[in-house]
Design a protein around this ligand. Structure first.
Ligand code: CU
Length: 519
């Protein structure tokens, strides 16, 4: 203390940092660690379901695995991954020196590891961890839950606090710190999608906090929000949860839309087709996401008018989503395409996400949903949107920007191997789940009838392949950082790259520069 005010050295640099790139890197590494943790839970699930009959874990532990897999992937892996990407990229993309609130930025990251330590710690507590699914429906999560549910609630609160602070920071940065001349309609699409995502976060994370607080009151303080015996209503929980939960899936997918809208133009050597319509489509999806929540609840016994409203509103989301897919395809149309790893993951994203979109349309049809509800068809659907959406887009981003981050090149053939192995493994895992779901196999059960055996074995083999391919990814990233080929030329292939050096006269972001190999 005293005279020396230089940057902190060693390990304390990472605890005390207010630098957006440091914090971005911390988020990215944390999310990857959570991805491996949540992935190992998935491996346990698929190992148990490898064949009929109980073989590996007790049903009680299996329930904890399905719950923790969902929670860790949604809140620990995917959301922090995109917040990390936002921290790293948004200031550079808009020509700002850092995030608007750097100290709060440090705080939003550093409360996350304790939150997830508490959450994962519940597995070792008396009665085990949360066992009620990632949607934690009351009264299952209040009346019949293990004592560790209180710690689960605490963990969700801290995690929600982190998300809200991160979102406020992103809004403050984008609204106040754009370089002169960068109007809203010149902003890079990743910035646009994150601005809209941040508003969704500020709107719905408090609703989630409300839901878990009401649970806490029901468990410890004698209220009956969700207990019919005390005058409450269990279905109320589902309304509150999904009012948070449906926008949440767009919180996960909108930043992915943003990065894909950067990568596809770069590898097509064309500007993005339909920039304005991309912005309006993103905003429309965000608006609609608030009025569709009860499509998760068609079977609770709603009035038919309610079923119809939520059905039509949900179907409407297909319109802006299709506009986006149209724009990506039209960007590629007659472009000078090349298929390096980021482009492979981006195209994989478009193809697989569209499949997930179509099954979503199937699920949105209320009378048909009675057949699919709580089956593996739903599991297949949302993994096509979440894994192929968020995880493929994150992989694409890392390959696309790692040179920018490290000044080194990743191993291209290993990257391509990562893509093809994970593409194969992913489809082998989740495509058969459509069939077993339509045939009636329920989700979240540790055992199943004999007629589902073959597809489940395929699913498990696919999951092991997909899981193993991520180790290739980890290896490639570490190898790039340690010993990747140094390359200080054209930092990356995206128009606004290097913007941080060119402030205050940014080019409109949706122009682009030509990738080095065709110069
Ligand atoms: Cu939904």
């Amino acid at each position: 203390m005293g005279e020396h005010h230089g940057p902190a050295k060693g390990i304390s640099r990472w605890f005390l940092t207010t630098n957006h790139k440091d914090i971005g890197a911390l988020y990215l590494w944390f999310s990857f660690a959570m991805f491996l943790l949540g992935g190992s839970f998935a491996m346990i699930i698929r190992a148990e379901l490898f064949q009929p009959g109980l073989q590996l874990v007790e049903p009680e532990f299996f329930n904890q695995m399905t719950t923790m897999h969902g929670l860790v992937m949604v809140f620990g892996a995917i959301m922090p991954a995109f917040v990390g990407l936002a921290n790293y990229m948004i200031p550079m993309m808009i020509g700002a020196p850092d995030m608007a609130l750097p100290r709060m930025n440090n705080w939003s990251f550093w409360i996350l590891p304790p939150a997830f330590t508490i959450l994962a710690g519940t597995l070792f507590m008396e009665g085990g961890g949360p066992n009620f699914g990632w949607t934690f429906y009351a009264p299952l999560s209040t009346t019949y839950a293990p004592p560790s549910v209180t710690f689960f609630i605490f963990g969700v609160h801290i995690m929600g606090l982190s998300s809200i602070m991160g979102a406020i920071n992103i809004i403050a940065t984008i609204v106040n710190m754009r370089a002169p001349g960068m109007t809203y309609m010149k902003m890079p699409l990743f910035v646009w999608t994150w601005l809209i995502t941040a508003f969704l976060l500020v709107a719905v994370m408090p609703v989630l906090a409300g839901a878990v607080t009401m649970m806490l009151m029901d468990i410890h303080f004698g209220t009956s929000f969700f207990s019919a015996a005390g005058g409450g209503d269990p279905v109320l929980f589902q309304h509150i949860f999904w009012f948070f939960g449906h926008p949440e899936v767009y919180i996960i997918i909108l930043p992915a839309f943003g990065v894909v809208s950067h990568i596809i133009p770069a590898f097509s050597r064309k500007p993005l087709f339909g920039y304005d319509s991309m912005v309006y489509a993103t905003a429309s999806i965000a608006f609609l996401s608030f009025i569709v929540w009860a499509h998760h609840m068609y079977t609770v016994g709603m009035p038919v008018a309610g079923e119809l409203f939520f059905m039509y509103a949900t179907t409407l989301i297909a319109v802006p989503t299709a506009a986006k897919v149209f724009n990506w395809i039209t960007t590629m149309f007659r472009g000078s395409l090349s298929f390096e790893t980021p482009m492979l993951f981006a195209i994989g994203f478009v193809v697989l996400f569209t499949i997930g979109g179509f099954t979503g349309l199937m699920l949105s049809i209320a009378p048909a949903d009675f057949q699919y509800h709580d089956t593996y068809f739903v599991v297949a659907h949302f993994h096509y949107t979440m894994v192929a959406g968020a995880i493929f887009a994150m992989s694409a981003s890392v390959y696309y920007w790692i040179h920018k981050w490290t000044g080194r090149r990743y191993n291209e053939s290993m990257g391509k191997a990562h893509f093809w192995i994970s593409f194969l493994g992913f489809n082998l895992t989740f495509f058969p789940q459509h069939f077993v779901g339509l045939a009636g196999m329920p989700r979240r059960i540790p055992d199943y009838a004999l007629q589902f055996a073959d597809f489940n074995m395929m699913s498990s083999i696919g999951a092991f392949i997909y899981g193993a391919s991520q180790l290739l990814f980890l290896y490639n990233v570490i190898a790039t950082i340690r010993s990747g080929k140094k390359d200080d030329t054209a930092k990356t292939w995206d128009g606004a790259e290097g913007l941080e050096w060119e402030v205050p006269s940014p080019a409109p972001y949706h122009t682009f520069s030509v990738p080095p190999q065709v110069k």
